[in-house]
Design a protein around this ligand. Structure first.
Ligand code: GLN
Length: 246
């Protein structure tokens, strides 16, 4: 663990998008994991929030956003469109981002709810989502090439399909993932990681947290000098998650 006496390697600012309306099944935990691991790596974390109507901070290193009910997505939809260009530009520039469930859907092209409303997305991801009568719910394990086995919990009735511009994050070995058909879970574009998995995701999948932190440090400081995080709890959480029933 980094001694407190050592000078900070620099500040990394984590922005959480819409925590008031988009934050279910523990998604806030993703921001807390980033905060703790940034400190373990010897950098100084700063957590920021952006909610509907807030000024958008101009110096942001990592962006995270959580899930929400359809009603939460309807609340943020207009404000999100006012930030669409800014967020797309950041994603195109390689900013690291994590979008979970409801915000994953809105990072895509659109979400057509089961009641017929079309919530436009911001088009960072080449994905489309349609509300269905089927709720995909339960524990998920997927295999990924970048992060090893990734595990979490899904609960969504929107089903997402990827277009040619998006890569899946992984392939499920347990649970449904993006939809009930193709076995894909989540999406990747540049340094954007999108997933349906709550739980929250990052406590059980520190490889994804460290990816976001590494990219942020490299973009800001030109290199990433890792520290020595304490992974004991993450290991335990993964062991338990892997044994959970459907
Ligand atoms: N409302 C969306 C759905 O059910 C997202 C749910 C979530 O974020 N967990 O598809």
């Amino acid at each position: 663990m980094t001694s407190e006496a050592q000078p900070s390697k620099g500040t990394l600012r984590v922005l959480q998008l819409y925590p008031k309306d988009m934050n279910i099944y523990g998604d806030w935990g993703n921001a807390l994991v980033l905060k703790r691991r940034i400190a373990w790596h010897g950098y100084t974390p700063e957590l920021l929030e952006y909610n509907v109507g807030d000024p958008f901070p101009d110096d942001v290193d990592i962006i995270v956003g959580g899930g929400g009910q359809d009603s939460g997505q309807l609340v943020i939809q207009d404000d999100l469109q006012t930030r669409a260009e800014q967020l797309r530009k950041l994603a195109d520039d390689g900013a690291p981002m994590l979008a979970i469930c409801g915000l994953y859907q809105l990072f895509g092209k659109f979400f057509k709810t089961s009641s017929g409303s079309v919530i436009p997305g911001i088009g960072i991801l080449d994905v489309e989502t349609y509300g269905t009568d089927e709720r995909l719910i339960g524990n998920v394990i997927m295999q990924t090439t970048e992060f090893g086995d990734v595990m979490g919990y899904e609960n969504h009735s929107g089903q997402t399909t990827l277009g040619p511009g998006a890569q899946p994050l992984g392939t499920v070995t347990k649970g449904a993932g993006n939809n009930s058909k193709d076995g894909h879970e989540g999406a990747r574009y540049k340094n954007v990681v999108a997933s349906y998995l709550h739980g929250s995701l990052l406590p059980k999948n520190p490889a994804i947290a460290d990816f976001l932190i590494r990219i942020a440090a490299e973009r800001k400081f030109g290199s990433f000098v890792p520290g020595t995080p304490d992974d004991d709890y993450a290991r335990l959480a993964r062991e338990h998650a892997a044994r959970r029933p459907r």
